[in-house]
Ligand binder design. Structure first.
Ligand code: AMP
Length: 378
């Protein structure tokens, strides 16, 4: 079933209409596909560049079926789509990514369980489902630790760092909200990297260059490629991403986020979709993560992921927009601006676009972005 070839001229239906869908649609349109998307917000970032948009909730099966009926292949562009909706769709329609990888990566306990079962390196952790369990888990893991909700948390949301007993009340309050959690050892970070891996129904994989990620307020802010790590770590990061993709029988694209620690690499999180840390590939690689995603789900051979030039990708958040708009007429020639067409109020932390900077001097490029563009002193 997942070995089907979907040729250009066919329609790709995207569940989700955000920037990841938008950039996927741009690449799909370039290749000659028709694109439809489903998103609750009319004129969504993806809807703007698609052949049509169905306005409806991602978790509304009837709306998703309406999309499916008009599509030759269905994909999802973010992981908070209900796995049960995708599960119901795949009974009747062609959904090569499938619902299983979604169920696993939507739930930290299942995701960590999968990684642990396959002996991939991860930070020590314990499952917590009550306030009493939290105390036992703390005895096992020790300080510092971080409590993370099993579902719904991203970009550091639904998390509580515990550095000493003083932080127990805040962690208890988080636990008191109910649901499952993982308590994870707060490891010493030398850095954070990620690898985007694409895999098709034949089990062929394609790896993107290792990206070095810098976060601010727990949100990815800057990516540097090539990552400033040694060759053996680079090889290990790519090998881990490939083996994880195989273990999940991935069809589509997966981002594997990893911590660089004094003990080596540890896998932090998986995302079964195009990822912010792979945006550099849209311009800096021969084939972007979005095109590779289309190729994977349509059963086409992969393109080269060769890095054409060293680059820095900097996210543009809502708070950056006023300064950015002023500087646009003066952007240097090595800077490319991507904006996602988000209308309405530019909320502080909302991802509005990104800059792709071609540079041999990443530190200088980051400094330029931070100081010139936003007037911030780091
Ligand atoms: P997450 O939502 O799990 O990706 O966490 C957001 C960010 O918090 C990560 O990118 C890290 O910078 C930091 N972080 C999360 N978990 C840990 C950990 N176990 N040890 C150290 N830093 C962490």
């Amino acid at each position: 079933m997942s070995k089907r070839v979907i040729l250009p001229g066919s329609t790709i239906g995207i569940l989700g209409g955000g920037q990841l869908g938008r950039m996927t649609a741009i690449e799909a349109k370039k290749m000659g596909y028709r694109v439809l998307c489903l998103d609750p917000t009319p004129d969504s970032p993806c809807g703007q560049v698609s052949d049509g948009q169905i306005v409806g909730s991602f978790n509304d099966l009837a709306a998703a079926e309406k999309l499916a009926e008009q599509s030759d292949v269905l994909v999802y562009e973010f992981e908070n789509i209900s796995a049960s909706v995708v599960g119901a769709l795949e009974q009747q329609y062609y959904v090569p990514q499938g619902s299983e990888i979604l169920s696993i990566t939507q739930h930290r306990v299942l995701e960590k369980g999968h990684l642990a079962k396959h002996l991939f390196p991860i930070a020590p952790y314990a499952v917590v489902n009550s306030e009493a369990r939290l105390i036992c888990a703390l005895e096992q893991i020790g300080y510092p630790a971080v409590l993370k909700s099993a579902t719904g948390g991203y970009d550091g949301k639904g998390q509580q760092v515990l550095r000493s007993q003083d932080d127990i009340p805040a962690a208890m309050a988080l636990c008191g909200r109910g649901g499952q959690f993982v308590l994870e050892k707060f490891v010493q970070l030398l850095g954070e990297v990620s690898v985007i891996v694409a895999r098709n129904g034949h089990g062929t994989t394609s790896l993107f260059p290792v990206a070095e990620n810098l976060h601010r307020d727990n949100i990815l802010h800057t990516t540097v490629v090539p990552a400033r790590i040694n060759a053996s770590l680079e090889e290990e990061a790519q090998s881990l991403a490939k083996r994880i993709a195989d273990s999940l029988q991935l069809v589509g694209i997966l981002a594997v986020e990893m911590f660089v620690t004094p003990q080596g690499l540890m896998v932090n999180e998986l995302a079964p979709r195009p990822h912010n840390s792979g945006h550099f590939s849209f311009g800096a690689c021969h084939t972007s993560q979005f095109e590779q995603f289309v190729r994977a789900v349509c059963g086409l051979p992969f393109g080269s992921t060769e890095l054409l030039f060293p680059a820095v990708m900097v996210n543009v958040l809502g708070a950056d927009m006023p300064s950015l708009m002023k500087i646009i007429p003066y952007l240097p020639t090595n800077v490319k601006l991507h904006l996602y067409g988000k209308s309405g109020q530019a909320q502080y932390g909302r991802k509005m676009g990104h800059l792709l900077i071609k540079t041999n001097e990443p530190d200088l490029a980051i400094e330029w972005a931070e100081e010139t563009l936003w007037g911030l002193k780091v």
